[in-house]
Design a protein around this ligand. Structure first.
Ligand code: KIV
Ligand code: ZN
Length: 524
């Protein structure tokens, strides 16, 4: 069987559309906010990975969100760029259409809640009103693009007859993709498979649209529910890199993709993902958001392919298939993680960046990155790929209001630690000297003095980027201000410098978040 898709043309039944929502649902989760430059980098990497649809954001939520979607639509090619909008929001669909104006191919994704609980308590609407809004929302979206997705928020807890009526209404009024989210991560694989099978059987026009699945991980079932949905007839998968997202997160893209590939015998579905880029994207996102994945995370965790037991090691040496169901190389792990030293030149550095999947840097950015690599190589004998990643990721953070210029530390066992810190606040140089209980306490006090704010520290953690006593330290700092959470990250061979960088990164993110208005404030 084949299907005529508004963005992809004729697609066969064995194809699943990969819809990534890292930049929307993922970015919505506490502490994960990104600035425009960071979002653009992730969007380019997602397009190169081969995702079919990139959900770039929720334009009506704030000027910052609008500009990020617009920037991605203007610059990223290869994937359909999608924007989220409430079906009944006053300006949502218009804002989405406007932000997507220059996209190569665009999609508007409109949604409204359909479960009894959400309609009664959240929307305070009667079911008939919800049906009217579904009709209007999809009609309005079709003025801007032929590719329109509609979502039944809390769809998996919606009464089946009403869900069928809602889906039918969305299809009649122009939706081409129908998404049934498990918004609160409540469903089980058997239930969700049955929901899709039921909709495909009962709803008139169901064979003219693509059904989509979107699963949250509150019970740890997001990936299992996604795979079960495919067996129920869903042909679009909504997911995020590293499984980031609201609360316990969304279904992890890398896990679904490798399950589909490794178990093609069972699912028989194809997609366009270049799996050897999965690890690079996971690392890029971890570095930008400040959240490393846990070591035992499937596919991209550092232990995912590590065999500790002697019996396993022996087996793998004799035949990799004894304990490995996929090769580490197929998802981007390379055996040569040791790369360069202080004698490596510009050409070798450029080659290395390319082999690690980075786009060629502009000359000025390359020169800056190369200088930082040389400085690092002076401090560290061996520079690993992970060191280079940390260095480039810091280099690429784009313009930030607060920047570390200089830091002098005096610490020891006999007296309080003393710090002299110089930072640039939008180009204005500020120099302060303070002391504290240890150098990290002193450096945070110095930053607070140079840039007073009300945010409180929620988390402070330090990990090593690679092995050895000369390894770079990667610090994560979480700040909270009026319910807004942000995480900042910094890496440096000096732990105190890495802490200062992380603190400033978190403050810079907070400054971006302050510009945002909550969507509820503009609800119609
Ligand atoms: O989880 C959810 O219901 C959503 C919708 C907006 C699709 O993210
Ligand atoms: Zn969601």
């Amino acid at each position: 069987m084949t299907f005529q898709h508004p963005s992809f043309g004729l697609i066969s039944d064995d194809r699943v559309v990969i819809f990534d929502t890292t930049l929307r649902d993922g970015e919505q989760s506490p502490g994960f906010s990104m600035n425009i430059d960071e979002k653009l980098r992730v969007a380019h990497a997602l397009a190169e990975l081969g995702v079919d649809v990139i959900e770039a954001g929720f334009p009506v939520a704030s000027t910052g969100d609008f500009e990020s979607v617009q920037t991605i639509a203007d610059n990223v090619r290869g994937s359909v760029i999608c924007a989220l909008a409430r079906s009944g929001g006053k300006r949502d669909i218009e804002a989405a259409g406007e932000a997507l104006k220059n996209a190569e191919r665009s999609r508007i994704h409109n949604f409204i809640s359909t479960s009894p609980l959400h309609m009664k308590y959240k929307l305070r609407m009667e079911p008939e009103t919800v049906l009217e809004i579904i009709a209007k929302g999809n009609q309005q979206a079709r003025h801007f693009t032929n590719d329109v997705e509609w979502s039944a928020e809390d769809g998996c807890r919606t009464e089946p007859d009403f869900l069928c009526r809602c889906v039918e209404m969305a299809i009649k009024n122009g939706a081409t993709t129908i998404n049934i989210p498990d918004t609160v991560g409540f469903s089980t694989p058997e239930e969700i498979q049955a929901i899709f099978a039921m909709l495909r059987e009962r709803v008139p026009g169901a064979d003219e649209v693509i059904f989509s699945t979107h699963n949250h991980n509150d019970l740890g079932l997001a990936v299992a529910n996604t795979l079960a949905s495919i067996e129920g007839g869903a042909r679009q998968i909504e997911c995020t890199i590293n499984g980031i997202g609201e609360r316990a997160g969304n279904a992890a893209l890398e896990e679904i993709i490798m399950a589909l590939r490794t178990r093609r015998d069972r699912y028989g579905k194809s997609n366009n993902i270049k799996t050897e880029k999965l690890l690079g994207l996971s690392r890029l996102l971890a570095s930008i958001t400040g959240f490393d994945v846990q070591p035992n995370k499937a596919i991209v965790g550092r232990n995912a392919f590590a065999h500790e037991s002697g019996i396993h090691q022996d087996g793998v040496l004799k035949h990799a298939g004894t304990y490995e169901i996929m090769t580490p190389e197929s998802v981007g792990w390379t055996s040569s993680s040791m790369v360069m030293g202080k004698h490596s030149g510009r050409a070798a550095f450029r080659d290395k960046l390319q082999s690690m999947g980075y786009k060629p840097l502009e000359e000025a950015a390359f020169n800056e990155a190369f200088q930082r690599f040389k400085d690092l190589a002076d401090q560290k004998k061996i520079v690993f790929e992970d060191d280079i990643r940390a260095l480039i990721d810091e280099n690429e953070r784009g313009h930030n209001q607060l920047q570390l210029v200089e830091l002098e530390v005096q610490a020891g066992t006999t007296s309080p630690s003393k710090i002299t810190l110089t930072l640039s606040d939008n180009g204005e140089i500020k120099k302060v000297s303070t002391q504290g209980n240890g150098p990290v306490d002193a450096v945070f006090k110095a930053i607070n003095e140079a840039f007073p704010h009300q945010a409180t520290l929620g988390l402070f953690s330090v990990a090593n980027v690679t092995q050895g006593t000369d390894a770079q330290a990667r610090t994560t700092v979480r700040l909270e201000e009026n319910g807004r959470l942000v995480d900042g990250q910094g890496a440096d061979v000096d732990t105190v410098v890495s802490a200062a960088k992380a603190y400033l990164h978190a403050l810079n993110k907070l400054l971006v978040k302050r510009q945002r208005t909550a969507p509820e404030e503009i609800i119609s």
